[in-house]
Design a protein around this ligand. Structure first.
Ligand SMILES: Nc1nc2c(ncn2[C@@H]2O[C@H](COP(=O)(O)OP(=O)(O)OP(=O)(O)O)[C@@H](O)[C@H]2O)c(=O)[nH]1
Length: 917
């Protein structure tokens, strides 16, 4: 036996993973144009050699994320990945606070990942040009796996805490594939299921890595069964853990694909590994070798059920499971993973902390997860029409959009749709999604972008379609954790950083376009990539500057915080002047406080974290008209409008086109924070001018229709921020503003600030009208959460009782049947737990070595799903731990705001006033 450096895969015939022609077509639709290059109609200008080179470049790129439950070992594993790829010279340690990826002071102090860091490295590490050329030749001949040549891996480390759901979602939508890390002791946890489901909605192929197998109580077999029963796919066991002598310490893995044993040196850095053939393994660990054969049989059978080509290979091998070539198995796993939406879940094993299992995992990333050319077509929306990016780039989506627009405005001729869309697409040079904003101490504000088409080039003009501003991209960088390399361009399929942008926020779509105009042509200015819904914040805290002179700095710091994390909200109470910061969880706000006070050094204090209640209207108000007539900055400002408020149910609200209760000619319909704002202005008699822009002869020359809309909306939103009775923001409320030019416009005196003030005053008065004696009044609403709790069988009764009796919750279901119903884009798989193969666990958990029933476990994991008022969930983790001997975990997300009963409202108001009734 030899001690070898980590082995590269064997030289056997490799299956053609994907059709080269299809790949080229995908590339054509991704790489749009640049000022020098061109767009669709001129594709032929590209030489075939250029296409090929770019296709190869993208083919050898992986944009992947690591997702998991908190503490499963994401950061520990990432640090090893960086070390083995040659990016770092020593292994960072989470417990010592010396990791590369967790680089915010708050992250290092707490040992948890808060902001997802994007890092680029190469796997396998780059080799000499000569060796690379040889390997490429072998690759051409399909006799090596992809992991034989160096790939660019862009790794996004996502946070694991439920409070950072939005951060996870934001990261997920730019990934092409993901590794889901499980703690081998805890198995599949509630948070893992949640993130897994979120990844399903974006159709992200995932592989599973069962970590911490060195720990007492680790149970690989049990975890594999949970993967099947709780993540809704068939586990394809690609490695089984190697415990010395069958039940000793964890020393390596038996590889089911290559039929070899991999044993790591004890206490080494993991770079050296002993490779044992099946025969050698048989001599050293007879039982393990036997199990390996059994696992191989099951793997080939499983793949054959889902992949025709595997059936052929199996037949070619005369139905000998052991004779199927490893490359054929890799090819089949890849096909299943990429084409069948994780019906099959490849499972790997390791103990990152002990430096075992990470290199084969990296090989699997390169061999099994997709390149940017092979991912699902991302969703886009443009001019109110939704579709796919490829639909947009082919022009089809714009034709649809143009038809819709012409039906609406009854102005444009349909026949011209094609010609116009062709011109518009030519103007689009590149588009990308800003998925993260970071304030770097050395480099200033860094905006991380995933480029989806064309390229973003240095100094190009970027139009932000969310904020409607243009700004130049002065510097482009490729990030290596906290090191950076300047680049000239970030091409489609890649992740990079734009430094020096002043406005772009996390989640904004940035497009670069031909010409020097401040705005791209319509409807490109409305293009949105992978639009995302931001859940409403449910906790808030007041923030107060220490002195008046600190106020400006505080506002700047808050603005930066919001650019980084749009799931935080800032509101200023117009009456008290108090600044309120709200977020999605207690930890979310605690971290925001850390960031604000410690990192950004704002001199301010933050009040206690409180639940964000809401107020709703219980009936319809009178129609209230208000005219504002005052001087602003020495200018006379006069405007008016009429408001009426009534109840509104956001859960049943449809979009303007389909809602019969909204007049077709409404000037504005906007759903905002659980409320709806409608502006009616029939008297404006809007027409279109020659350029197709809307206009009205009744507006003074200084006012355009967009300003009217924005001003009235802003006034109304400001009024809804404070309820008339309890001062909480309004919810479930519809405001209809009527703007009548004959009564509400006063020539040039009517300006935007007068309009906003009139809308605000009219809405506030309508809300107050509800609360006059005998009026319908308002009610207090509280956030009700969807809660998923994972416990073991023994504690189930106590936890259910606690939730339903002491906490006033409703149990929705036991165990996870409903869990997968929210996966809209991936087909559900019904898994029979008795048919799941899992190798036996040496320590305790019963297992027969094959087809073990999940129900045979003595203390089975159970899942409780319930709806519980948020107030009753504050501090719940501690209580749950005490009910479950420390093993229970839970995740929650907001379901909706609910009106409270009179008695509960009284009790809560009493508490809020400090009376404690
Ligand atoms: N025994 C053992 N401990 C491990 C292993 N991997 C990680 N740990 C420990 O588990 C703890 C959590 O590890 P992290 O890498 O911070 O986990 P994480 O998933 O990044 O956590 P968050 O960033 O908070 O989401 C640390 O104390 C690690 O040292 C392992 O393979 N074996």
């Amino acid at each position: 036996m030899v001690v070898a450096h980590f082995p590269r895969a064997s030289h056997q015939a490799m299956l053609q993973y994907h059709h080269a022609g299809a790949q080229l077509n995908n590339l054509r639709s991704l790489l749009v144009q640049s000022p020098r290059r061109s767009c669709f109609p001129q594709f032929s200008r590209f030489s075939t050699a250029t296409w090929k080179r770019q296709a190869e470049d993208l083919d050898r790129t992986r944009n992947i994320g690591i997702i998991a439950h908190i503490d499963a070992g994401k950061t520990t594993t990432t640090e090893r990945m960086l070390y083995y790829s040659g990016f770092t010279r020593r292994i960072g340690d989470v417990d010592e606070g010396s990791t590369v990826t967790d680089f915010l002071p708050a992250e290092r102090a707490r040992g948890i990942t808060i902001q997802s860091a994007a890092i680029t490295f190469h796997w396998p590490p780059a080799i000499t040009e000569e060796a690379k050329a040889l390997r490429l030749q072998e690759l051409e001949k399909k006799s090596l796996p992809k992991s034989a040549v160096s790939h660019t891996v862009n790794l996004i480390d996502t946070p694991g805490h439920a409070d950072f759901t939005f951060e996870v979602l934001r990261s997920l939508r730019i990934l092409d594939g993901a590794v889901c890390i499980l703690d081998g002791v805890a198995g599949v946890e509630a948070q893992t299921e949640q993130v897994w489901r979120q990844a399903s909605t974006y159709q992200i192929p995932r592989i599973v890595y069962v970590n911490k197998l060195d720990r007492d109580g680790a149970a690989f077999g049990r975890t594999v069964r949970e993967v099947g029963s709780r993540l809704g796919g068939w586990p394809a066991v690609c490695q089984i853990p190697w415990f010395e002598g069958g039940n000793g310490r964890f020393v390596g893995v038996a590889d089911v694909v290559s039929l070899r044993g991999l044993r790591w040196e004890e206490s080494g850095d993991g770079k050296s590994v002993k490779v044992l053939s099946l025969e050698q393994l048989g001599q050293e660990e007879g039982k393990l070798a036997q199990e390996l054969k059994c696992a191989r049989e099951v793997l080939v059978e499983l793949l054959s059920e889902h992949d025709e080509i595997m059936v052929e290979k199996f037949l070619e091998c005369e139905e000998n499971h052991l004779a199927v070539a490893p490359l054929d198995i890799i090819g089949s796993l890849r096909r299943c993973l990429l084409q069948q939406g994780n019906k099959i879940i490849p499972v790997f094993a390791g103990a990152s902390f002990r430096n075992m299992g990470v290199q084969p995992l990296l090989d699997a990333v390169v061999n099994l997860l997709p390149s940017p050319l092979e991912t699902a077509d991302p969703e886009v929306s443009i001019g109110g029409v939704k579709g796919s990016l490829r639909g947009l780039l082919s022009g089809d989506l714009l034709v649809e959009q143009s038809k819709k627009a012409s039906v609406k405005s009854k102005q444009k001729k349909r026949s011209s749709a094609h010609a116009e869309t062709g011109n518009v697409i030519e103007k689009l040079l590149g588009c990308g999604l800003a998925f993260k904003v970071v304030n770097d101490a050395k480099r200033g504000i860094l905006v991380y972008v995933r480029v989806y088409s064309g390229s973003l080039d240095r100094n190009c003009l970027l139009f932000n379609t969310n904020l409607h501003v243009s700004e130049r991209a002065p510097r482009l960088l490729k990030m290596y954790a906290n090191d950076a390399v300047e680049v000239d361009s970030i091409p489609a399929g890649h992740i990079g950083v734009v430094a020096g942008l002043k406005h772009a926020r996390t989640g904004d779509t940035l497009i670069s376009y031909a010409g020097n105009r401040a705005r791209p042509p319509e409807p490109l200015d409305t293009l949105q990539l992978r639009p995302i819904d931001v859940p409403p914040p449910v906790f808030f805290a007041s923030v107060e500057p220490h002195s008046l002179s600190e106020e400006k700095k505080l506002q700047e710091s808050l603005a930066l915080l919001l650019r980084e994390d749009p799931s935080l909200h800032v509101a200023v109470d117009e009456d008290s002047g108090q600044i309120l910061l709200s977020g999605m969880g207690e930890l979310h706000l605690e971290i925001a406080r850390d960031r604000l006070l410690n990192d950004l050094k704002a001199k301010a204090s933050m009040g206690p974290i409180e639940i964000g209640y809401r107020e709703s209207v219980l009936g319809q108000s009178e129609h209230v008209t208000k005219i504002i007539d005052r001087e602003v900055a020495g200018r006379k400002s006069k405007a008016g409008c009429t408001a009426v408020v009534e109840p509104f149910d956001p859960s049943t609200a449809t979009f303007e086109d389909n809602d019969s209760t909204i007049p077709q000619d409404a000037l504005l319909v906007e759903n905002h924070d659980g409320n709806q704002i409608i502006v009616l202005a029939p008297g404006l008699e809007i027409t279109s001018n020659r350029k197709g822009d809307e206009e009205s002869q009744f507006l003074p020359p200084t006012l355009d229709l967009d300003t009217v809309r924005t001003s009235l909306l802003n006034g109304c939103v400001a009024a809804l921020a404070r309820g008339p009775q309890f001062t909480f923001p309004m919810h479930n409320t519809r405001v209809t503003l009527t703007f009548d030019p004959s009564q509400h416009i006063f020539g040039n005196e009517t300006n935007s600030s007068a309009l906003a003030a009139a809308a605000r005053l009219a809405t506030v008065s309508a809300l107050k009208d509800l609360c006059k004696p005998g009026g319908p009044g308002t009610s207090l609403m509280e956030p009700v959460m969807n809660v998923v709790i994972s416990v073991d069988e023994h504690s189930l009764g106590a936890v259910v009782h606690d939730i339903s009796s002491s906490r006033g919750g409703h149990i929705i279901s036991l165990d996870e049947d409903h869990v997968f119903s929210s996966q809209p884009q991936e087909e559900e798989v019904s898994i029979d737990p008795s048919k799941i193969y899992a190798p036996p666990d040496p320590f305790g958990t019963p297992s027969s070595g094959a087809a073990v029933s999940a129900t045979t476990s003595t203390n089975q994991a159970r899942t409780i799903t319930a709806k519980v008022p948020l107030k009753e969930m504050v501090g719940y983790l501690k209580h749950l731990r005490s009910l479950t001997a420390g093993r229970g975990t839970f995740v929650m997300s907001i379901d909706r705001y609910e009106n409270m009963s009179g008695q509960r409202q009284k009790a809560i108001l009493g508490e809020l006033r400090g009376l404690y009734l």
